[in-house]
Design a protein around this ligand. Structure first.
Ligand code: AKG
Length: 290
């Protein structure tokens, strides 16, 4: 097994490791370390059943269940994202073929489940690429005025705002909006988090979800959030993934944003997704801010 950076991006790739075979303890530890350092880990050309995906998830942390119950595969922890329909014409999974703008998952929860993976089964010839942007690199390269403005800042993260924005599920998604809205009040998180093991700092922003900053006039907060996003998604902070069948990408939502291109409705895309609770001693789990 080799673990290498992908080009000059922040993402790492694990090569020569068939995940359908037993992964020994040393390799598992090396994978967890590389994942912790980069926040995005790529494995190509895997051939995995849903049970094997679940086993892989358990090597990384504790797989969890989704709030959405209409997107399920045969294993409850593994859900489907797809534009395909079943024999009755119902959507097979979530998110159809829509573009998803920059976001991070679950930031609107008091205790986000931060680990996530996507496993590509069927892919369109055009479109559907996914990109990740490093919130570590973003923080570490902030110009001094932005760093001063963001250190100690607390944001309001709103599920209601997210549902109205560019990365929310659509009408055909079997998504119980009203119930989820009622269950998910706004929450506050710091806009900078500290990784417990290393003290490394990462920005924590989520466009369409952060609606304000404590003690800051709204127009100033909007301007700061726009500038932070522009800085975060500069090309040097971004890894673009062109999917191949069998690709598995693992990411940590506390330290990266992600987005997805749309793809033609007439083409077929099926990816499998799982969320994973990561070890709070080794990963940022964004705490609730007072
Ligand atoms: O389908 C993709 O490539 C990404 C989906 C996504 O952004 C998400 O599941 O949060």
């Amino acid at each position: 097994m080799r673990i290498e950076p992908i080009g000059d991006s922040f993402a790492n790739e694990v090569r020569d490791l068939p995940l359908w075979k037993t992964v020994d303890a040393a390799a598992a530890e090396a994978i967890r370390d590389a994942f912790r350092q980069s926040g995005v880990l790529v494995f190509r050309r895997q051939s995995l059943s849903e049970e094997e995906l679940l086993e892989f998830g358990k090597m990384i942390g504790e797989p969890d269940l989704y709030a959405e119950t209409g997107w399920l595969s045969t294993v409850p922890e593994v859900i489907l994202l797809s534009n395909l329909r079943d024999q009755e014409g119902a959507m097979l999974g979530g998110l159809a073929n829509r573009p998803l703008t920059w976001h991070t998952d679950q930031s609107y929860y008091a205790k986000p489940v931060t680990g996530c993976f996507l496993y590509a089964v069927e892919l369109p010839a055009e479109g559907g690429a996914t990109s990740w942007s490093s919130l570590y690199r973003a923080y570490e390269t902030l110009p001094p005025d932005l760093r001063k403005a963001v250190d100690g800042a607390v944001g309001t993260f709103s599920f209601a705002a997210r549902m109205a924005g560019g990365s929310s599920p659509g009408k055909a998604d079997n998504h119980d909006r009203a119930k989820r809205l009622a269950e998910t009040p706004d929450v506050k998180h710091a806009l900078v988090n500290v990784e417990p093991g290393t003290g490394r700092r990462a920005l924590y922003i989520d466009p369409n979800t952060v609606t304000g900053i404590d003690g800051m006039p709204q127009d100033e907060a909007n301007d700061l959030l726009d500038r932070l996003l522009d800085h975060t998604v500069k090309p040097e902070n971004v890894y673009d993934h062109r999917w191949g069948p069998g690709d598995l990408v693992l990411w940590d939502n506390a330290v990266v944003l992600h987005k997805r291109e749309s793809f033609p409705e007439s083409s077929r895309r099926l990816v499998k997704r799982m969320i994973i609770n990561l070890d709070p001693a080794r990963h940022i789990i964004p705490p609730v801010a007072a």
